[in-house]
Design a protein around this ligand. Structure first.
Ligand code: ADP
Ligand code: MG
Length: 685
């Protein structure tokens, strides 16, 4: 149970004044549902303004605070903007401009002849100076001068900066001091503020030490939790598995295993013979052949008289794995079943029976295979595919099924850099498939400006007419599924008008049946073009697809682009990937896309992407999705994670039960960052 003193921090957002049902949705979209989330909703940057006596002192493009006196209202016909012309102390005229706002509001804020303090960005419109949608209009200059530096928060539709800032401040009011969990010597050496002060400062200014401390807290919580998981796992009892090979020798693969595959299989075999449950990550780039490694491990478990399960993150992928494994394992005679949330009624009952009496030896499925109602006769191995889709906590729950702890093999194609491997998978042993099966053709990758969309569609037409298949990946409009969906549907309609029934659409909001139907048409070749959101990122395997178009490629993380691109180049045919880019690109964006063109080495892409994105920005870039962190930036992870890792190890060595003074504080930290599964493990659960 969460310690009581943290309860105020975990109170729901609607305990803040002014948060009702209307705000709940936009806040949720930002992940703001509890007081703690607001306190940790750190600014992306700070807006710096300069106070000027008159506009002669300011330059166009600058954010200023200036005293202006309204002299004339100008409304334009129809839906045009409303302008207030105002004079500064030197007699310069500046237009304050509002679009789509009711004029009455502006008139009330800015009575003619009365001086007001205005904050905003100075622009030029033709020959006149103007400020569009001033950030602030106030009567008293003093208040404004206190706001020369203002946080700029990540927003979502329906929220304004002012609103978010006010809620954050309100939330900070609920934050009480907590005992220190950072090693005092480290705290002193780094000159970091205490926790509460760090939170306050981080919202007030570009206070690097405050940001570092908060990031460090998160990294320390993560390291501690991973160590606790690992320790708990070591103390668990699993089933030692020794296979006699009678099934595996019947496996007739159409290819020879690569050295890396053979090495990984041997490592897994070694783990499985132990009674301590295996906790191993199989890391291998897209197409490196992880599936067959999983199959070998599963067959070994079956040879040893146990059951094995393979968990996939999506139904599409589960189905595909089921097909592949059934085909490959057919000659071995091992029984295999598919179980997803969709199976109902008698079919489901019969699978559940088979799992319970052991007549089904291998099962492939989604989360459904670990639901309460599902029990196994003797589940001894769990394989988790595309493991980055599951958090550590989830991963842990999955391996709790059964009296003994099953061995766990997690697979991932995310070629994360080594520093992040430590953060994300620190509790695991790692096998790397660092060698590709022979004969892979490089994918011809090109960056194409979006103005050439017409040419791209032409080329796509030729491709389809020649009987080939292609993917069209729609842009990520925002971190917002609804908008993504709208964009995908619009593009689908357009391509459908052009290519007719050869086009199918696939997105995450579709009903599973509809998804399968679309996927199946594409797999069979009835459909030639699959228009999709990023749901196809994971694992989809259609070797006949040899062209991929990715819209607004610059919006994607490189690791994700790499994953997407990995959907082509899987068969005999030569493959092409077209990265459509927007007109105006930053230097960094340009270099990132160039890197995609240059190399197909997922690890190199991951390392260099980290460098390209990590440097330069003071506050760094928080990347949701790429890392398990919300506070720490990539740069901070690189710099601070090794320290946090060592510190966590030291603390565990001194006080493994977290019962001492610092240990108790560390427990609070684990709850604060919702790594409390670590604490639960301590209880010997
Ligand atoms: P991933 O690591 O992305 O899951 P898969 O297991 O789907 O990769 O394998 C990709 C393709 O490579 C499959 O068609 C598979 O049959 C093939 N493959 C796997 N291992 C080898 C090998 N040693 N030699 C040739 N082809 C292989
Ligand atoms: Mg795979």
């Amino acid at each position: 149970m969460r310690p009581e003193r943290l309860n105020p921090l975990f109170a729901a957002a609607d305990s803040l004044k002014g948060v009702g049902p209307n705000l709940a949705r936009p806040l949720e979209r930002l992940g703001l549902s509890r007081i703690r989330d607001f306190a940790y909703h750190l600014p992306d940057r700070f807006m710096q303004r300069r106070a000027v006596a008159d506009l002669d002192e300011a330059s166009v493009g600058e954010n200023v605070v200036v005293a202006l006196t309204p002299v004339e209202y100008r409304s334009s016909a129809g839906r045009g903007p409303f302008r207030v012309l105002a004079a500064d102390a030197a007699g310069n005229i500046c237009a304050l401009t509002w679009f789509g706002r009711n004029a009455g509001w502006a008139k009330k804020q800015l009575p003619l002849g009365e001086k007001r303090w205005i904050a905003g960005r100075l622009d030029q419109f033709g020959q006149t100076l103007q400020i569009v949608h001033p950030d602030h209009v106030v009567e008293e200059g003093a208040a404004m001068l206190g706001q020369l530096c203002e946080p700029v928060y990540p927003l979502s539709d329906g929220l304004t900066q002012g609103r978010v800032a006010a809620l954050v401040q309100q939330a900070l009011g609920h934050v009480e001091a907590l005992p220190e969990w950072i090693e005092p010597a480290l705290l002193a050496r780094e000159g970091w503020p205490d926790w509460r002060e760090a939170l306050t400062e981080a919202h007030r200014s570009e206070h690097a030490k405050a940001r570092d401390r908060l990031a460090y807290d998160e990294l320390l919580a993560n390291s501690l939790a991973l160590m606790l998981v690992r320790g708990a796992n070591r103390a668990k009892v699993g089933t030692p598995l020794t296979g006699d090979g009678h099934l595996r020798t019947k496996l007739h693969l159409p290819f020879a295993l690569t050295g890396a595959q053979r090495r990984s299989i041997a490592e897994i075999e070694g783990d499985l013979t132990q009674s301590a449950p295996m906790l191993r990550l199989l890391q291998g780039d897209v197409g490196s052949g992880k599936t067959v490694v999983a199959l070998e491990a599963m067959l070994l478990a079956v040879e040893a008289g146990a059951q094995a399960a393979l968990l996939a993150p999506t139904e599409i992928l589960a189905r595909q794995h089921f097909d592949t494994l059934s085909r490959m394992a057919a000659a071995t005679g091992a029984t295999i079943a598919l179980l997803t949330g969709r199976d109902k009624g008698r079919a489901r009952e019969s699978i559940l029976m088979g799992l319970m009496d052991g007549s089904i030896q291998m099962v492939v499925g989604t989360h459904a295979i670990f639901q309460e109602a599902v029990s196994y006769k003797n589940l001894a191995l769990v394989v988790i595919d595309e493991q980055h889709r599951f958090g550590v906590g989830q991963r842990l729950m999955l391996t709790q099924k059964g009296k003994r702890t099953p061995h766990c093999l997690a697979m991932t194609a995310t070629p994360i850099p080594r520093t992040l491997t430590l953060a994300q998978y620190g509790e695991m042993d790692v096998s790397r498939l660092d060698e590709m099966p022979p004969g892979r053709q490089p994918i011809d990758t090109r960056v194409v400006a979006v103005e050439r969309m017409g040419d791209v569609v032409e080329a796509l037409g030729r491709h389809i007419e020649a009987g080939h298949r292609a993917y069209w990946v729609c842009p990520m409009v925002r971190e917002n599924e609804v908008d993504d969906l709208a964009a995908a549907e619009a593009r689908f309609e357009e391509l459908r008008r052009r290519f007719g029934a050869a086009v199918v659409l696939l997105h995450g909001q579709m009903k599973p049946e509809a998804k399968d139907a679309a996927m199946e048409r594409f797999v069979r070749g009835d459909a030639k073009l699959l228009v999709a959101t990023t749901v196809i990122e994971v694992g989809v395997d259609v070797p006949e697809a040899t062209l991929m178009v990715i819209e607004q490629a610059e919006r994607f993380g490189l690791a994700q682009l790499h994953q997407l691109r990995g959907r082509v180049g899987r068969g005999e045919g030569k493959s092409t990937c077209l990265l459509l880019r927007s007109e105006a690109l930053s230097e960094t964006a340009r270099r990132r896309l160039a890197l995609m063109r240059e190399t197909q080495d997922g690890f190199r892409i991951a390392e260099e992407d980290l460098e390209l994105r990590g440097g330069g920005e003071l506050l760094g870039t928080r990347q949701s999705g790429d890392t398990p962190f919300r506070v720490a930036s990539l740069e901070q992870i690189q710099r601070l994670l090794p320290i946090a890792h060592d510190d966590a190890r030291l603390l565990m060595a001194r006080d493994g039960g977290l019962t001492g003074e610092r240990g108790e504080a560390a427990r609070l930290l684990l709850y604060l960052f919702e790594r409390d599964y670590g604490v639960q493990l301590l209880r010997g659960g």
